[in-house]
Design a protein around this ligand. Structure first.
Ligand code: GDP
Ligand code: IMO
Ligand code: MG
Length: 425
C-alpha cells in the first residue's frame, strides 16, 4: 500500500481539514507530518464547527488510526486543550492517537522567543502565528531540541538546560521581559506534558511502514501550504517546515517510492495571512467582498486574511513541486455573486510576461489576467455536477487545461455534505 498525501497549494487555509474529514472513510490511517499549532484546520458537520491544531482531521470518524509524525512540533498546552475540547463533545481519542517519539516539543520559551523575534524585526516581521514554530524548528535543526521521547528519559535536566539558554537569549539578545509570561504558562505546560505522556508514544515510522505492509491505507495531512514552504515558499515570509510532498517522507519516515496519490487543494481564489508578497492581492472593494463572502478570518489567530484572485503561475509551481495527481477546488461558492472572475495566467516583470514563479516576488511583479464570466448562481445547495452552471464548468475546465491535471472535487460550502466528487468522461 502507498501513502496518499493531501496538501495545500497556496498560502494555507485552503480547506485541508474539511477534505481530510471527507476522505477519511476511505482510509485506515490519517497522519500529520509537519507544522504544529500554527495550523488551524476546520471541519463542519451536524451544524458544529471544530478547529484542530495538532490532531489529525480524521479524528471524528470511528475506528481510524491517527498519527502525529516526527515532523510535527507539539505544544503540550495546545495539545491538552484540544484533547479536552474533544472530550467535552464525547470524542475520546486516547486509544486511536499515536505520537512519534521523535516529534519535537514547543517549550514555553519557544513561544516567548517567537514574540521577541517578531518584535525585534519590527516592520519587517514575518507575521507569524506566535505559536513558537520558528524557534522550535530552529532548535531542532540546531540539534538542541527536545523530543517527545525525551519525556521518557532524564527529562527534567534536559528541560532545565534548554530553558536556561533560552532565558539568556531573551535577556541578552532580545532584551525581552519574559518572567511574568513564563511564570504564567509553565504550570500549564507541565500539565500538558502529563496529558501527552498518557498517550501512545511510539516509533511512528515503524508503525506506519508496518501498517502499510498489512495493507492498511494511509492519508497524510499537510499543514500550511506550498507557498509557505521553508525552501520553495516566499522566503523569508514562510513557515519553518517543508510543507511540500517531500515533507511527508521526512515527516513520517516513509520512502519516496511509497507515495501514491497527491491531492493538491486550492481555493477558487487566493488568501494569505501574515506578511510577504502576494501578486494577485486586491486592496479594493473586490478584495473586501472576497473576505466577506469567504469569511476570511484566521482559524488560529482570527486575523483578517488578505484576499485576491486565483494565481495559476503560483499554482503551477506548486503542482510541479508536489507532483500533484488530483486537484481539489475549495470555496467555489464564495465567487457565486461575481459578474466576472479574473485568473492570473502570467506575471509581467520589467515589461516581459513570464509564466514561472520568480526568485524575487516583489512589487514589480504585476499579474496578467484573463477574465471569465461569473456564474451568478448559488452553488451551496448543489450536490451533483450535472447541476453546475455552464460558466462554473468553464471555470473548472480552464484551470484543468492550464494545469494539465483533473479537478476531482469541488467544494461549495464548509459542510461535509457540500462536497462534490467530479466524474470525468
Ligand atoms: P485549512 O487550514 O486548510 O484546514 O483551512 P481553514 O480551516 O483554516 O480555513 C478554511 C475555512 O473555509 C474554514 O472556515 C472552513 O470551514 C471553510 N470552508 C471550507 N470549505 C469551504 C467551502 O467550500 N466554502 C466555504 N464557503 N467555506 C469553506
Ligand atoms: P493551516 O495549516 C495560513 C503563516 C503565518 C505567517 C507564516 C509563518 O491552517 O493552513 P509561523 O507561525 O508558521 O512561523 O508563521 O506562516 N502560517 C499560516 N497561514 N495557514 C496556516 O496553517 C499557517 N501556518 C502558518 O501567518 O505568515
Ligand atoms: Mg487553517
Amino acid at each position: 500500500m502507498k501513502v496518499d498525501v493531501l496538501l495545500g497549494l497556496q498560502w494555507g487555509d485552503e480547506g485541508k481539514g474539511k477534505i481530510v474529514d471527507v476522505l477519511t472513510p476511505k482510509y485506515d490511517v490519517i497522519a500529520r507530518f509537519q507544522g504544529g499549532p500554527n495550523a488551524g484546520h476546520t471541519l463542519e458537520f451536524n451544524n458544529i464547527k471544530h478547529v484542530l491544531h495538532t490532531i489529525p482531521s480524521g479524528i471524528f470518524r470511528d475506528n481510524k488510526i491517527n498519527i502525529i509524525g516526527n515532523g510535527v512540533v507539539i505544544d503540550p498546552i495546545v495539545f491538552k486543550k484540544e484533547i479536552e475540547s474533544l472530550k467535552n463533545i464525547g470524542v475520546d481519542i486516547s486509544k486511536n492517537l499515536f505520537i512519534s517519539k521523535k516529534a519535537h516539543m514547543i517549550l514555553p520559551t519557544h513561544r516567548i522567543l517567537d514574540a521577541a523575534s517578531e518584535q525585534k524585526k519590527g516592520k519587517s516581521k514575518i507575521g507569524s502565528t506566535l505559536k513558537g514554530i520558528g524557534p522550535t524548528y530552529k532548535d531542532k535543526i540546531g540539534r538542541e531540541g527536545l523530543r517527545v521521547g525525551d519525556l521518557l528519559y532524564n527529562f527534567d535536566e534536559k528541560y532545565k538546560t534548554r530553558i536556561e539558554s533560552h532565558k539568556l537569549l531573551l535577556t541578552d539578545f532580545f532584551q525581552y521581559d519574559y518572567k511574568q509570561i513564563l511564570n504564567d504558562c509553565e504550570k500549564d505546560w507541565f500539565e500538558g506534558i502529563e496529558v501527552l505522556k498518557s498517550f501512545n508514544i511510539v516509533d511512528t515510522e515503524h508503525m506506519v511502514n508496518q501498517l502499510m505492509l498489512e495493507k492498511k491505507s494511509v492519508l497524510a495531512e499537510g499543514a500550511q501550504g506550498t507557498l509557505l514552504d521553508i525552501d520553495f515558499g516566499s522566503y523569508p515570509f514562510v513557515t519553518s517546515s517543508n510543507t511540500i510532498c517531500a515533507g511527508a517522507c521526512t515527516g513520517m519516515g516513509v520512502a519516496p517510492n511509497k507515495i501514491g496519490e497527491v491531492f493538491g487543494i486550492f481555493k477558487a481564489y487566493c488568501t494569505r495571512v501574515g506578511m510577504g508578497p502576494f501578486p494577485t492581492e486586491l486592496h479594493d472593494e473586490t478584495g473586501e467582498e472576497l473576505r466577506r463572502a469567504g469569511n476570511e478570518f484566521g482559524s488560529t489567530t482570527g486575523r483578517p486574511r488578505r484576499c485576491g484572485w486565483l494565481d495559476l503561475v503560483a499554482l503551477k509551481y506548486s503542482v510541479m513541486l508536489n507532483g500533484v495527481t488530483e486537484l481539489i477546488m475549495m470555496k467555489a461558492d464564495v465567487l457565486d455573486q461575481f459578474e466576472t472572475i479574473k485568473i492570473c495566467v502570467g506575471y509581467e516583470i520589467d515589461g516581459k510576461t513570464v509564466e514561472h514563479f520568480p526568485f524575487e516576488l516583489n512589487d514589480d511583479v504585476k499579474p496578467v489576467y484573463v477574465e471569465l464570466p461569473g456564474w451568478k448562481t448559488d452553488l451551496t445547495d448543489i450536490r451533483h455536477q450535472n447541476e453546475f452552471p455552464e460558466e462554473f464548468n468553464n471555470y473548472i475546465d480552464f484551470i484543468e487545461k492550464e494545469m494539465g491535471i483533473p479537478v476531482t472535487i469541488a467544494s461549495v460550502g464548509p459542510n461535509r455534505a457540500q462536497t462534490i466528487f467530479l466524474e470525468k468522461e
